[in-house]
Design a protein around this ligand. Structure first.
Ligand code: BG6
Length: 530
């Protein structure tokens, strides 16, 4: 049984730190390294197109694509970008006039990215593009949409060539910002080394480490839900919360990314960044303002409070598995070890479930169950907060043991929204005859789509605009990246050093392996069936 709450949108307020605070971004040139790559085509170009449609970028904005692939002039790049915009489901309708206007701002240069001497070509193209702008408007946004193996040479070359000088503070004009894609390092040590290198070349305010989950509407909504309402926060602690489940399930497999995934696995790919960010936002203390510094300070604090998983604790608190062949939406799909570029004897996990504890005053003893996997039953990400059961039930035997504890669910995707379930009395007079009250769970449900009548902006659109306006709240700071690796590092190393005799598997199209059920059933908890 469900009941729907009527939710209406009232005039909104813009909260500093979570939204644009001005009409549009500064003029700038977006220099994309890896311009012919998948990320540029699928995410960055559609996002730039949409930002332009909404009038959020400056008329003087331009893009310089940089890649290894040679092409004589800008035309091939432009043709590919047009194709990617036309095919993107993140673009709402292709407008030829808008495209023409974007097209003339697109430029390309072919560069061997690891060769510092080649950077003079970028310099020459930038000088042409920037010539029309006043010197203080020659802002540059360098976007590293490249494999992590070449992050280091690129940041060194950017700095040594003088294309991206270090700037004293965020107010200096023209500004220079560098966006780094995940994965940021392979483990705590490599991430720390990379941070040291990057911060020896640039100031922290110039570096934007992307975690695209932070650009998702519902992820941003976690803080608003918690701190712009007074009804949740008094209950948001160990006294009232029984446990928290954080899920990021995907129905897709590794597709063409087998080579990357063999190196990464689900823990590096999803836990170190997306899942721990969801945990941090759910568990952090209220920041004193919504400024990037204050929010990130609180996230770092809570990540540092996550209990260290030592080698004795890992087998009791974490499981891993790999998908095998199975049906998804009526179609049989291959198992992980049959995928392209995957070693048939691979023990790379495509699914993991972990029980974590946050050892601080608020959360002592409350389990946080995190799970993520590829080729699961469906694509769904959510944070579900389950409250403790009432201490005493007086409604008769029918209710005993069957009442659902109240659960507040923040749906990240799809169908972004919030759901709260609670128990109500089923109408009828049975109580007079049987001395029992029939009780049933109902839902109070809010969906963004129904209330605001529009789908939320794709994460990359939000994040690119934030970089252009210098808003860093939704990006991970150096100490935050390291704090997240600290949580995940023991797990990665333990599993790599202790490959299983027999890798646990789950059939594609299911909710994961039996071992994951066993992990939490001892706590009297079941994974939510979504
Ligand atoms: C990426 C991972 O960071 O996130 C991918 O590398 C994963 O493996 C993707 O598929 C999931 O993002 P989304 O936005 O589709 O949930």
């Amino acid at each position: 049984m469900t009941a729907s709450a009527v939710v209406t949108a009232r005039p909104s307020v813009t909260i500093s730190g979570l939204g644009p605070k001005r009409d549009r971004a500064d003029p700038c040139t977006v220099v994309i390294f890896g311009a012919m790559g998948d990320l540029t085509k699928r995410k960055l170009m559609p996002a730039l197109y949409e930002l332009m449609k909404e009038g959020l970028v400056d008329p003087e904005f331009a893009v310089l694509g940089v890649g290894r692939e040679s092409c004589d002039n800008d035309d091939m790049f432009r043709a590919r970008m047009r194709e990617s915009i036309e095919q993107s489901d993140e673009v709402h309708g292709f407008d030829p006039a808008l495209w023409n206007s974007l097209c003339e701002r697109l430029h390309y240069t072919c560069v061997e990215l690891t060769d510092g001497k080649e950077y003079s070509k970028i310099d020459a193209r930038l000088s042409e593009i920037e010539a029309k702008r006043a010197p203080e408007e020659r802002n540059r946004l360098f976007y590293l949409a490249v494999p992590p193996s070449i992050f280091e040479p690129i940041v060194r070359n950017l700095s040594e060539s003088g294309l991206a000088p270090r700037t004293r503070d965020a107010g200096v004009r023209p500004w220079v910002r560098v966006v780094v894609e995940k994965p940021f390092g392979r483990d705590l040590e490599t991430a720390t080394n990379l941070n040291q290198l990057v911060l020896s070349l640039f100031a922290e305010h110039q570096v934007f480490r992307i975690d695209h989950y932070l650009g998702k509407e519902t992820v941003q909504n976690v803080l608003v839900l918690r701190f712009a309402n007074s009804i949740f926060e008094p209950l948001w602690n160990r006294q009232w919360i029984h446990h928290v489940q954080i899920t990021a399930a995907e129905d897709v497999g590794v597709g063409t990314r087998g080579r990357y995934y063999e190196e990464a696995g689900v823990v590096r790919d999803m836990f170190q960044n997306h899942l721990l960010q969801l945990l941090a936002l759910t568990a952090m203390e209220p920041p004193y303002t919504m400024s990037a510094g204050a929010v990130r300070d609180e996230k770092v604090k809570v990540l540092k409070s996550v209990r260290w998983l030592d080698s004795e604790a890992i087998p009791r608190n974490a499981v891993r598995a790999q998908y095998r062949a199975g049906p998804i939406n009526g179609k049989l799909v291959s198992g992980y070890i049959e995928e392209k570029d995957v070693d048939p004897s691979s023990t790379t996990p495509t699914y993991a479930a972990v029980r974590l504890y946050v050892d601080n005053w608020r959360w002592n003893g409350v389990p946080f169950y995190l799970r993520s996997g590829k080729r699961m039953k469906k694509r769904v990400s959510e944070i579900a907060v389950t409250f403790r059961s009432p201490p005493h039930l007086m409604f008769g035997h029918q209710t005993r043991g069957v009442l659902q504890p109240n659960t507040l669910v923040m749906r990240v995707q799809p169908d972004e929204g919030v759901n709260l379930n609670f128990e109500v009395k089923v109408p009828g007079a049975a109580v007079a005859l049987t001395s029992e009250v029939e009780v049933a769970p109902v839902d109070m449900d809010f969906t963004y789509d129904e209330v605001f009548g529009e789908t939320s902006a794709p994460a990359y659109e939000t994040l690119l605009l934030d970089v252009m306006i210098g808003e860093a709240t939704l990006f991970t700071r150096s100490d935050e990246v390291e704090a997240a690796w600290r949580v995940i590092d023991p797990l990665i190393h333990y599993w790599e050093e202790h490959p299983p005799d027999q890798m646990p598997t789950y059939a594609a199209g299911t909710w994961g392996p039996r071992e994951a059920e066993e992990l939490i059933v001892k706590d009297g908890v079941r994974w939510r069936e979504l």
